[in-house]
Design a protein around this ligand. Structure first.
Ligand code: FAD
Length: 389
């Protein structure tokens, strides 16, 4: 019998497998897909933020609930960078603090290096092995058209959330756990795009750079993309938490010139230039998508400097809905913390531990999600007592 069976071959499960194998455990990972870590690979499309270099103390505030970060205390972003270095993956830190693979290293190369290392450690990965059920003594799995039960000493569930289900994160574990009266917080989209009441389909694909987006007292700078349904982009994702708290529909506001105060803008607009459009372009460098957006305003607003400034600093957009969970970058909600002991053990099932995105926590994009998954995998890998202990 293996010492530990890990269900789910995403970053959380693979990190747990690695640390356990380094400590001398025999480890088998059961993954329902034909390949591991598909979401990890998807995450690599268009900016692979492996972690964030923010100091641990500051990082804490990025997580909801904050105690998720206790796992990061023992495996910080620096530890992630050192570990990647150890498996042959150099990284670099961008000006925003996000940590990327260096040079031309592709996500698949990061995964291959990791799998190679796991192979050297003797970790077995069984593909097309889906967890169907479990009790205190055995796991019921399906492989192709066969179902079978395997007894286990220790099991780790790292089953992911329910966004991008094509990667294997289907959330199919939710009814399974609920049937055992294990509390689950509803799975909802996190870091998702937003539907808006106004139709921006004519601007689909247009990008607003260097703006700030605000909901209530929460504001984030970054790049915003218009779509057929509304908005995408990192500040949009960042505001998800606040919008979930305040509820929808809700107004959010775009600051098209965060680097300039309203007074300075007004001064320029009131300097008597004849053409507002020219003034915006030449004197305030407001052009392209930003100008297009302002030109959607009623003429009497666009031509009145005071009203125009109000809209440059606070362009209102009404958000009606989050995009569906399947499209979101991550999942909020999940296995309730009430169901877990401090050591991430599942109450009532002392030999099962749960880690990764399937737990009820949330963080913004930018490397924080993977960092927490790595850290939880690392934590559980280090905390399971050796079989002979
Ligand atoms: C488009 C996109 C971009 C992203 N970009 C970033 C980024 O740049 N930086 C960042 O930090 N994060 C990013 N993320 C988020 C990050 O990829 C996830 O948070 C992370 O992969 C979650 O890891 P996990 O191991 O908990 O779950 P997953 O990676 O979802 O892995 C869970 C695994 O469990 C398997 N599984 C599920 N149920 C069963 C079952 N019953 N039996 C057997 N196996 C099962 C699944 O097939 C899957 O392989 C991105 C996500 C998306 C979708």
């Amino acid at each position: 019998m293996e010492d530990v069976i890990i269900i789910g071959g995403g970053p959380a499960g693979l990190m747990a497998a690695q640390v356990l194998a380094e400590r001398g455990f025999s480890v088998t990972v059961c993954e329902q897909k034909v390949a591991p870590a598909r979401k990890f690979l998807v995450a690599g499309h268009g900016g692979f933020n492996l972690t964030h270099s923010m100091p641990y103390e500051t990082m804490l505030s990025e997580y909801t609930p904050p105690h998720v970060a206790r796992y990061i205390r023992d495996f910080t972003s620096k530890d992630t960078v050192d570990w990647l270095q150890r498996i042959g993956i150099a990284t670099y830190t961008g000006s925003s603090g996000k940590v990327f693979p260096a040079g031309n290293i592709k996500p698949v190369q990061v995964l291959q290096a990791w799998l190679r290392y796991l192979g050297q450690l003797g970790v077995t990965i069984r593909y097309r092995h889906e967890l169907l059920d479990f009790d205190a003594a055995a796991l019921k799995l399906q492989h192709k058209d066969q179902t079978f039960e395997i007894p286990y000493r220790k099991a780790i569930f790292a089953l992911g959330g329910a966004s991008w289900p094509q990667t294997g994160a289907t959330g199919s574990w939710v009814p399974l756990l609920q049937a055992k009266d294990i509390p689950i917080e509803p799975l909802v989209p996190a870091n998702s795009g937003l539907d808006t009441s106004d139709d921006y389909s004519g601007m689909a694909g247009c990008v607003l750079k260097n703006i700030a987006l605000r909901a209530g007292s929460v504001s984030r700078k970054g790049e915003l993309v218009f779509t057929d349904y509304g908005l995408e982009g990192s500040p949009v994702y960042y505001l998800n938490r606040e919008l979930r708290r305040s509820g929808l529909p809700a107004a959010i506001y775009i600051d098209l010139k965060p680097q300039l105060e309203a007074d300075s803008l007004l001064q320029v607009l009131q300097q008597g230039h004849r053409h507002i459009t020219d003034t915006l372009k030449k004197h305030l460098n407001i052009q392209g998508t930003a100008l297009h957006l302002l030109k959607r305003l009623p003429k009497q607003v666009f031509t009145d400097p005071e009203q125009l400034v109000r809209h440059i600093k606070n362009y209102p957009v009404t958000v009606t809905a989050f995009r569906p969970l399947g499209e979101a970058i991550s999942t909020a909600g999940g296995l309730s913390w009430e169901a877990l002991n401090d050591d991430l053990g599942l109450k009532g099932y002392g030999n099962i531990h749960c880690i990764g995105e399937m737990l009820d926590w949330d963080a913004p994009t930018g490397g924080f999600l993977l960092q927490a998954c790595f850290a939880m995998g690392h934590y559980i890998g280090n905390s399971l007592p050796l079989p002979a202990d």
